[in-house]
Ligand binder design. Structure first.
Ligand SMILES: C/C(=C\COP(=O)(O)O)CCC[C@H](C)CCC[C@H](C)CCCC(C)C
Ligand SMILES: Nc1ccn([C@@H]2O[C@H](COP(=O)(O)OP(=O)(O)O)[C@@H](O)[C@H]2O)c(=O)n1
Length: 316
């Protein structure tokens, strides 16, 4: 049985049932129809009317809730939802790093592979978590609190104001705390930028993070292992690494766009989308292969150039 609230104000707003829990006994028997009264003039503008979907003969119940109070209740619900989602994702982020640190300490996984898997999974799981936040305009800022807290954690440990050995071992190459202030820090800054600027409203953020975590992350793993054929203009990079950057950047981007489209966030023409994502992936792959890492970290160049390419091909 579902209930819908019909504001008698000119704009009809349907609030989720959870906005106000009314038990069945208040609204009579149910059946699958409801006829919403078209003559709203019959209802006093200051009341919210409760209509039961599923009663052959319904009688509107006057609930003494003004639209303002209903709006406040909805905002409180959004606040609680976003606070809970932020706490859950923060806990997930801490557990992810702790888990890979434990695997590395027990020599079940190499430190470099551990770092790369944290690189890949952090961005992926962060994007997958976005839909648990509310539909309020502030939701994106709650979500960006997670990378922001991790940003502070990286800075505090990178400057050696604190010593989180597990963090250092699971996200650095050599185990030096200063390393936290480069790749990992730029990485979480890009997460913040994508969440705040693009959020769930635009495919640009999702595609950019997919290129950074899915493409660049896998390129490192494949390139180190199978990268014997080096790229002529950058001997530090290989064809195997770059091809995997293109393929996995493309696949992760399309996968994330599909995930968001089945949740209703994007309505995409998939033939055009595949072509556009392939273009973004090619641009990101070429930039990632350039010998510029010493000057600009991949965790900045890859997402930023992906944002520009995605903006040019998808629009804002
Ligand atoms: C290892 C990382 C970057 C290094 O990149 P590179 O130098 O190898 O190119 C990633 C650092 C991740 C950070 C410590 C934790 C970030 C967590 C994220 C904000 C939220 C995760 C969502 C959760 C798992 C549900
Ligand atoms: N296109 C690529 C990218 C990385 N790689 C390999 O992965 C290693 C690390 O790549 P990287 O310096 O881009 O690593 P991150 O900056 O992504 O952590 C390189 O030194 C190469 O051995 C590759 O062979 N081809």
């Amino acid at each position: 049985m579902s209930l819908s609230f019909l504001s008698s104000a000119p704009h009809v707003r349907f609030l989720p049932f959870s906005a106000l829990s009314i038990t069945r006994r208040h609204v009579g028997s149910a059946n699958p129809h409801v006829s919403i009264p078209t003559n709203r003039a019959a209802f006093p503008p200051s009341h919210i009317l409760l209509l039961c979907s599923g009663s052959t003969s319904f009688w509107p119940i006057r609930v003494s809730l003004t639209p303002q109070r209903v709006r406040v209740r909805a905002e409180v619900r959004y606040l609680l939802q976003d606070a809970g989602a932020t706490a859950a994702v923060l806990a997930g982020a801490y557990s992810l790093v702790l888990g890979f640190d434990s695997l590395t300490k027990r020599k079940l996984i190499q430190q470099n592979l551990s770092r790369k898997l944290v690189h890949i999974l952090s961005g992926l799981l962060f994007m997958i978590a976005w839909p648990i936040f509310s539909t309020s305009t502030e939701a994106r800022y709650f979500a960006s609190l997670v990378p922001l807290v991790n940003c502070l954690r990286l800075v505090v440990n990178g400057l050696s104001f604190a010593k989180d050995e597990g963090l250092v071992q699971s996200v650095t190459r050599e185990g030096n705390p200063e390393e936290l202030l480069r790749g990992p820090l730029f990485y979480v800054l890009m997460l913040i930028l994508s969440a705040v600027v693009f959020w769930r409203q635009s495919p640009i953020g999702v595609i950019s993070l997919s290129m950074m975590c899915g493409g660049d992350g896998v390129a490192d793993i494949i390139g180190r292992r199978f990268g014997s054929m080096k790229i002529f203009y950058n001997p530090k990079k290989s064809w195997a690494g770059s091809i995997s950057m293109f393929v996995f950047g493309f696949l992760v981007s399309v996968g994330m766009l599909y995930f968001y489209s089945i949740l209703g966030y994007f309505q995409l023409d998939w033939i055009e989308t595949v072509q556009r994502v392939a273009f973004v992936s090619l641009v990101a792959t070429v930039v990632e292969s350039l010998p510029i890492t010493e000057v600009v970290d991949d965790n900045i160049s890859v997402p930023l150039v992906s944002m520009v390419a995605a903006y040019l091909s998808f629009g804002d």
